[in-house]
Design a protein around this ligand. Structure first.
Ligand code: MF3
Ligand code: CO
Length: 247
């Protein structure tokens, strides 16, 4: 668990988060039909290193790249590849972790490649909304599952399913810390949130079933029904009245 209240520490972790944000504006600019996810990974790693930071995913449990690039039915942890070429109509989740000043931050966005179907667009926007509703509950005095319930409620209200296989997490001094932040559950359960607690909140929402399976590469998680999945993640600092989003 990382709890930060000193200005000095907050400045340091915000600087880490700013690099994640910068990567998303780069990704938004360069994602287009014909780009391979390996090329995207190379360009992003270069930016991370040029900022005096390190890619937090590379080498984590032997993960081979700096980003996860999860196309269409890939839920999370898609490994960048020269063989995965983005095509018009795809959605691609880009997940990236950065270590700078000793502090880890982690974020994800799902991008459209060219023009996407109305159904894909709706999935992406609802997943984005579920993250922002979750973040609204990241307030001191609430409990972890207040975040979880807010995320699940948005997905269910829209007839979509939240993924349960992966969870959000504490972050800060390490990439993954306690507490776990599930994307489903009843309100009012789990640890009480304290001001300064750093969390990575990361809903994954599926167009069909919530069930996933892992491909033989040991990482790539796909929907079992082959339908689309979207993922958004932000690193936030729990506040007294509202959370501060740093990615
Ligand atoms: N955002 C994901 C997580 O927190 C990505 C981790 S990818 C890994 O689990 F390579 F670092 F495992
Ligand atoms: Co994460």
């Amino acid at each position: 668990m990382t709890i930060l209240t000193r200005d000095e520490d907050l400045r340091k972790i915000r600087e880490s988060g700013r690099i994640v944000r910068e990567i998303f504006s780069l990704a938004k600019k360069i994602i287009r039909e014909g780009l391979s996810t390996a090329e995207l990974d190379r360009q992003i790693e270069e930016v991370i290193r040029s900022r005096g930071a390190e890619p937090a995913f590379k080498g984590y449990r032997e993960y081979p790249a700096s980003i996860c690039a999860s196309v269409n039915e890939v839920v999370v942890h898609g490994i960048p590849s020269d063989e995965v070429i983005l095509a018009e109509g795809d959605i691609v989740g880009i997940d990236v972790g950065v270590r700078k000043n000793g502090y880890f931050t982690d974020g994800a966005r799902t991008f459209a490649v060219g023009k996407i179907s109305p159904a894909a667009n709706r999935l992406v926007e609802i997943t984005r909304e579920s993250l922002s509703e979750g973040i609204k509950k990241a307030v001191a005095g609430n409990r972890v599952s207040d975040i979880s319930n807010a995320i699940q409620s948005v997905a269910r209200r829209e007839g979509l399913e939240e993924v349960r296989t992966f969870v959000g997490h504490g972050i800060g001094k390490r990439l993954h810390e306690s507490p776990e932040v599930p994307n489903w559950g009843e309100k009012g359960k789990g640890p009480v949130l304290k001001e300064g607690l750093v969390l990575a909140i990361e809903p994954m929402v599926n167009a069909g079933t919530r069930n996933v399976r892992i491909l033989p590469d040991g990482w790539t998680a796909v929907t079992t029904d082959g339908k689309l999945s979207a993922h958004f993640e932000d690193t936030v600092i729990v506040g007294r009245k509202k959370a501060e989003i740093i990615t």
